[in-house]
Design a protein around this ligand. Structure first.
Ligand code: PEP
Length: 251
C-alpha cells in the first residue's frame, strides 16, 4: 500500500549553520518519538551534504528543492540531478508553484527535469495546483489534470516512483488552507486521472501529499481523508516543533 509522507520544504531559508541546527533538532525529536510515516527534509543545495551528515537515514530522508533540466555541462549556476544524488539525497521537489510562477517552469521543462531525476535514482515530489483565479472560475480540476498529464509519457515503472503534491497556490504561505473536503476531492480526482492512464494498482500506490499552510492544528483533519497521504510543508517545517507536530498527525 502507499506510504504516508510528511516532507518539509525549507525554500530559501536558513544559513548553513541554521540549517544543520534545524536538521539536528528534527532528527533528535524523531529519535525520541519515532514517526509513523516517512519523513523527508528538502533543503537548499548548499545544505545537502552537511544535512545528510547529521540525519539518521532510518528516521529522516533527504531531498533537494529542484534540479536542472540539463544533464551536465556549460550551464553556470545550475545543479544537476546527478550532483543532487551524489550528496546522499533521495528525493527532489519538482514543479513547485514558486518555480512555475517566478521562473517560468512549464510542462516540457518539468518533464525533462523529472526524467533526469529518475535516471539518476532520485524520487521526484512533483507539485501541481491551481491559482486562485482558476479555483474561482471552476477550471481547477482541468488545470491540475493537465499538470499531472505532463508526465504521462513516462513508463508505468517510472511513474510509480513519483510522489505527487497537490498545492493550491492560493493556500501556499497565505495562512489560508484548503478545507479537508476540498483537498480530498482534488486528491481523488488526481488518483482517478492516474488510474485512467496507468491503472488501479499504480494509482492506489501513488502517495499524494497536500501542501498549503499545513499546521499541527489542521494536519490531522486533512491527513485523515482517504486520498490524502500526508503533506508538503513550507513555513511550519522551519521550526522542529511545528514540523514534529504535523508528523504526529499520523500517530
Ligand atoms: C510549500 O511551499 O510547499 C508550502 C506548502 O508552503 P506553506 O506550508 O508555507 O504554505
Amino acid at each position: 500500500m502507499r506510504k504516508n509522507i510528511v516532507a518539509g520544504n525549507w525554500k530559501m531559508n536558513t544559513t548553513l549553520e541554521e540549517g544543520v541546527e534545524l536538521a539536528n533538532a528534527v532528527n533528535s525529536l524523531l529519535e525520541d518519538h519515532k514517526a509513523n510515516c516517512e519523513v523527508i527534509v528538502c533543503v537548499p543545495f548548499t545544505h545537502l551534504t552537511s544535512v545528510h551528515a547529521v540525519l539518521n537515514p532510518e528516521l529522516v530522508k533527504l531531498g533537494a528543492e529542484d534540479c536542472s533540466a540539463h544533464d551536465k555541462g556549460a550551464y553556470t549556476g545550475e545543479v544537476s540531478a546527478a550532483m543532487v544524488k551524489s550528496t546522499g539525497a533521495e528525493y527532489v521537489i519538482l514543479g513547485h508553484s514558486e518555480r512555475r510562477q517566478y521562473f517560468g517552469e512549464g510542462n516540457e521543462l518539468l518533464l525533462a527535469k523529472t526524467k533526469l531525476a529518475l535516471e539518476n535514482g532520485l524520487k521526484p515530489i512533483f507539485c501541481v495546483g491551481e491559482v486562485l483565479e482558476q479555483r474561482e472560475d471552476g477550471s481547477y480540476n482541468d488545470v491540475v489534470k493537465g499538470q499531472v498529464e505532463a508526465l504521462f509519457s513516462l513508463s508505468a515503472e517510472d511513474f510509480s516512483k513519483i510522489v505527487i503534491a497537490y498545492e493550491p497556490v492560493w493556500a501556499i504561505g497565505t495562512g489560508k488552507t484548503a478545507t479537508a473536503d476540498q483537498a480530498q476531492d482534488m486528491h481523488a480526482h488526481i488518483r482517478k486521472v492516474v488510474e485512467e492512464k496507468y491503472g488501479k494498482e499504480i494509482a492506489d500506490n501513488c502517495s499524494i501529499l497536500y501542501g498549503g499552510s499545513c499546521k499541527p492544528a489542521n494536519a490531522p483533519e486533512i491527513f485523515g481523508k482517504p486520498d490524502v497521504d500526508g503533506g508538503l510543508i513550507g513555513g511550519a517545517a522551519l521550526k522542529a516543533d511545528s514540523f514534529m507536530g504535523i508528523i504526529e498527525a499520523f500517530d
